[in-house]
Design a protein around this ligand. Structure first.
Ligand code: PGA
Length: 276
């Protein structure tokens, strides 16, 4: 079972405060998401979360770190990170109550202190059949509950090879954020995760990632306005490692990373991922 660990250092409100900054390099406060760490037990999850938290010190650059964890580990993870990280959930059902056996609602996870929830990961889309319509309902429910959502988008290999990355992301953004009010966008982050890069070792080049991120920002500007689009953080995910993260983060429209497999290297995880 994959463990999705992710988080936020500062409060989401200050982290996402309105900005009039031009879209220069990292006008947006960098957000680092860490996830799919795969520990199989609570003990391993807690060891890992403690290690990440201890790597964040007063001299750590001002980045937000989020740990998205399976429901069963949320509260115990919160108890060991000492408020240095924000602990999020890997998903929700878009229903408040009723006959949805096995589902976890937004009010349930909010009641244990969760601020952030993932939606739209390609594995949820592919394996669990979550559609853009369903993902949109999740986003709206998460925002209605007062929490923040990280909406994952990205094209398949066939779509990438057919030069359809931009149009796929446009569709997923427009459908995923349908009905999301402009005033709620300070609680939205986007994760561009090309499916062909997830878990494959085939990290997108900084130039490819930057190009799609810039397109995503243009799409958001069209959906809302440029100032709003400039404020929204767009993370890259897909085979990011300590070797590739700095070049990715040097790109003007890449505001953070969602890290899966590489974050299993606990020794490297802390300092190498939060250093810049
Ligand atoms: P990966 O996973 O870093 O193992 O490619 C990324 C993701 O699925 O978000």
């Amino acid at each position: 079972m994959k463990l999705a660990l992710a988080s936020l250092l500062a409060s989401s409100a200050s982290a996402f405060g309105p900005s009039t900054s031009p879209p220069s390099a990292h006008a947006r406060k960098p957000l680092r998401g860490f996830w799919k760490l795969n520990p199989q037990t609570k003990e391993e999850a807690l060891t890992f979360a403690s290690g990440i938290a201890s790597a964040i010190t007063d001299s750590t650059p001002d980045v937000d770190v989020a740990l998205f964890v399976p429901y069963v580990f949320i509260e115990s993870t919160m108890s060991v990170v000492g408020g240095k990280l924000s602990v999020g959930a890997e998903g929700v059902v878009p229903h408040s109550s009723g006959a949805y056996t096995g589902g976890i609602s937004t009010s349930m996870i909010k009641s244990v202190g969760v601020d952030w929830v993932l939606a739209g990961h390609s594995e949820r889309r592919e394996i669990f059949g979550e559609t853009d319509y369903y993902i949109n309902a999740q986003c709206l429910k998460i925002l209605d509950e007062g929490m923040s959502v990280m909406l994952c988008i990205g094209e398949s290999l066939a779509e990438f090879e057919a030069d359809l990355a931009g149009s796929v992301c446009a569709t997923q953004l427009k459908k995923g954020l349908k009905g999301v009010r402009k005033e709620d966008l300070d609680r939205v982050a986007i994760a561009y995760e090309p499916v062909w890069a997830i878990g494959t070792g085939e990290v997108a080049t900084p130039e490819i990632a930057q190009s799609v991120h810039a397109k995503c920002r243009d799409i958001l500007a069209g959906m809302y306005d440029q100032e709003t689009a400039n404020m929204i953080r767009i993370l890259y995910g897909g085979s990011v490692t300590p070797d590739s993260i700095d070049d990715l983060m040097a790109m003007p429209d890449i505001d953070g990373a969602l890290v899966g497999g590489a974050s299993l290297d606990i020794k490297n995880f802390g300092m190498n991922w939060v250093k810049s």
